[in-house]
Design a protein around this ligand. Sequence first.
Ligand code: GUN
Ligand code: ZN
Length: 429
Amino acid sequence: MNDRKIIKGRVLSFSDNPFNHYFNFELLSIDIKCIYVKNGQIEFIDDTPDLNPEYENAERIDHGDYVIMAGFVDAHVHYPQTAIIASWGKRLIDWLNTYTFPEEMRFGDAEYAAEIAGRYIEFALRNGTTSMASYCTIHPESVEAFFTAAADRNMCVAAGKTCMDRNAPVGLRDTAKSAYDDSKALIERWQGHGRAHYAITPRFSPTSTPEQLEALGALWSEHPECLMQTHLSEQTDEIVWVRELFPDARDYLDTYETFGLLGERGLYGHAIHLEPREMDRLAEVGASVAHCPTSNTFIGSGLFNTAGMMARGINPGLATDTGGGSSFSMLSTMAAAYEIAQLRGVALHPAQLLWLATCGSARALYLDDQIGNIAPGMAADMVVLNLASTPEIAQRSARAEDVWEEIFPTIMMGDDRAIAATYVAGQKV
Ligand code: GUN
Ligand code: ZN
């Protein structure tokens, strides 16, 4: 393969973390630049398209004054819940029992799993999301379907078989042994295969026996190259239930820690109602958390503390949590993150929101050496944003006095119409 492209537009890349207190937003320029892409990777970024003889015959694509940035990275999603998004009227445990579990039951059917995996991936791409960490269902077929759909499009994704051996309906339960065996076989099949990354996935403590958590902890210690994703402290009722199920645990996080399920490459979804000890431990071990703002308002879970997590040195990523979340769009997700932070008294800067949706999520997935930014050596997974995609947005961005004022209306009001193009490994999809 010798595929070269020069992609031109207003390039937004991060050389630093905009949550650092010394970060100078005025220095973060979004100027017209050329991105030189070779075989799916960004080779370099330059001001002119004419410097390098190697690129003489390269395809040239000019996006005018549209903004080119890294494709969005969704740090926590349940692709099997695609078809039950926006289900009315329940809180977490009732919502799982009423809507989620009956739907997830269907994924033992490989054909249905493939249909929904393909549908989900198309929804993600048309919303500018190029990578995600997805839960599957207890069925290995669901994992196969997801990794296959992603591989067909050359996408960098993380996913794993969701493990549950209690408090779930018959037909949606595995065992400690089958969860270990099936997950191990899937790791051998998918981890590091192309752009696939395996995530060992106990759903959450209430649906795993201590024996299953222990087996998965052992599996993670045998495969430390894998991610481990689960849920943590999403709703207060859930936390009370965890306390009843694990009376000896110091707190919710301890139900994972005790069984070897706390560490680097650990990614904990929601993490809203945390005790100080839990925050300290997450920071100490270098764990990540996934902020799922549309889900947290939709299911009524609570207000995640983005600024507090950053200040404590915990890695937050941003996530849709589809279908507990009410959107496939990371633009809507950034808007919800902004609103939740406002309710906590913090106004997140547009650069911070965009950073969370790209670099932050990539770091939360421990993949920030490959995805989440426009820089030499990174994958050419990119989104192209039209900052005047609707009359409503255009009339506001036309008044902008700087680039952040120009971008913010698209974050708050934009949808798939703002996504002018999505590139995966240098190919427009
Ligand atoms: N906790 C355990 N499972 C789930 C799920 O599927 N969605 C959400 N939002 N929370 C969970
Ligand atoms: Zn979830």
